[in-house]
Design a protein around this ligand. Structure first.
Ligand code: ATP
Length: 201
């Protein structure tokens, strides 16, 4: 099978995550898209991240209606540090029969120089990237850590959605509407568990 892996904090998941997953699925001819909440994000230490149990539950709710979307708990179930490289090594070891494409937004591409051994990651998996509003990666810096990055990237042609979990945490914290920005079941869950009620995030 051809499998896309979309790792994220998903705190909370929103339609940006769902749209890039579905567009990747169709444009890259993937069989399944695996949404993989990360255990402890290595890049996002500036704020407390919601407990994995909540991020997993919200991701499950977010993807529930798509027949080719799957929830994977491999990353939250393993000890850290939670690098993308070690996640993909684990998934390949568990599923040697699949061909994996790692899917990221353009902000993550810009951050690639900060990742743990990005060149090794891209030896293991294909990389697909969705454009993201107001992000212009310094490709020379990315090239310095992953030679020939331009040739390795497959671009996902998705509409630019200026949406982020940061914005949704803020809206939920203020009691503002998130309708059409995230699945209703996810916002109901976040409100019921008061996940962002003191959102200074
Ligand atoms: P935060 O606002 O907390 O930083 P986020 O909205 O970026 O969160 P993540 O869970 O960190 O969400 O994102 C997981 C992956 O999805 C990342 O590779 C990110 O670049 C990508 N992504 C998230 N939102 C979008 C979007 N609106 N368009 C394109 N890619 C996105």
């Amino acid at each position: 099978m051809k499998v896309g892996v979309l790792g994220g904090t998903f705190d909370p998941p929103h339609i940006g995550h769902l749209v890039i997953g579905d567009q990747a699925l169709h444009q890259l001819g993937l069989d399944e898209l695996w949404y993989t909440p990360v255990g402890q994000p290595t890049h996002k230490v500036a704020r407390p991240v919601s407990a994995a149990v909540h991020r997993v539950a919200m991701t499950r709710l977010a993807i529930a209606t798509h027949a080719q979307f799957r929830l994977r708990e491999d990353d939250v179930e393993r000890p850290g540090p939670h690098y993308s490289l070690t996640l993909m090594q684990l998934l390949r070891q568990r599923h040697p029969e699949h061909a994996f494409t790692f899917i990221i937004g353009e902000d993550s591409l810009a951050d690639l120089p900060k990742w743990h051994q990005p060149a090794r990651l891209l030896e293991l998996v294909q990389l697909a990237v969705a454009h993201r509003q107001d992000i212009q990666p310094d490709m020379a810096a990315v090239q310095a850590v992953v030679p020939h990055i331009e040739r390795l990237v497959q671009w996902i042609e998705a509409p630019l959605l200026d949406l982020s979990s940061t914005d949704l945490r803020w809206r939920l914290g203020k009691g503002l509407s998130t309708r059409y920005l995230m699945p209703r079941a996810v916002s109901d869950y976040a409100v019921a568990h008061a996940l962002y009620s003191s959102a200074g995030h």
